[in-house]
Design a binder for this molecule. Sequence first.
Ligand code: NAD
Length: 316
Amino acid sequence: MTRPRAAVTGGAGFLGSHLCERLLNDGYDVLCIDNFLTGRPANVASLVGRDGFRLLKADVTDFVHVPGHLDAVLHFASPASPIDYLQLPIETLKVGSLGTLHTLGLAKEKQARYLLASTSETYGDPQVHPQPETYWGHVNPIGPRGVYDEAKRFAEALTMAYRRYHGVDTAIVRIFNTHGPRMRPDDGRAVPTFIRQALAGQPITVTGDGTQTRSIQYVDDLVEGVVRLLHSDHPGPINIGNPHEVSMLQLAKVVADLVGSGSGVEFLPRPEDDPMVRQPDVALARAVLGWHATVDLEAGLRHTVSWFRSLSDLTD
Ligand code: NAD
């Protein structure tokens, strides 16, 4: 019997590498497609050489050709941290538009299930709290963050158009902030920044007055939600996130306590259009996927802290 085969774009990135590993463990052959823009081969080094794993260096904004059958196309390629997408605005818009077009075309050609990695950033600076999938969002299209938020909103619209007009079996997951091993210490997101600073005994830099909130989940929970959505026939969008909401100041304190550092807090200006609150409504994921986050805040952060401790160079 032929084994199921999945293509994962952005597979050498933080989330993509965990997803490739999980799919391989589940018996899939996995084709990891990545141009190493923000990811790196080291993230999948332990998978190279494993039966059924193939790494292809390619840019999905160019034409994507894959010989052989595919049962699933998971489009995870995109710069994802604010530092990355603010430095790579055109690449971000291209991978959300052209990259989504090409990967949808691939799924159509192969009659594969297509899964788009979208984001809670489609909700922008929300005026509804917590955010259900039915909320249309509050995004500034012309602000600096618009390059990411609007690329993902366009990608969702294109995915739905391929579903409606080409009959492609599509799914959209709206991912809320996720952390875990293989994040880059310098990617600028709150969790790696706080951990790096705490491990170095430096002050933890919190923007604004630190009352803005985030809901962060551990990567294993996210991957479980994605795999359940892949195996369902639900089109989404479906929120996958941990509803436990914390302020940035609370997060800084939890990280400092876990690391055991005496780091104080240094306040910096808030970035433009930074959302004030963020919390997923996960009723839909519970109802249709039987999914809910199982790793609590401190347990997840303990894993991520220990991975950061194992890195020889935290400026990596
Ligand atoms: P990441 O930067 O670690 O991974 C993205 C990967 O995509 C990298 O390996 C990069 O090299 C690759 N890539 C970028 N442009 C490409 C192109 N044109 N062709 C081929 N490969 C390309 O980021 P991540 O945190 O793993 O995010 C993965 C996906 O999940 C992204 O689509 C992101 O928008 C989404 N997401 C992530 C989070 C999160 O908290 N990590 C939250 C919401 C959504």
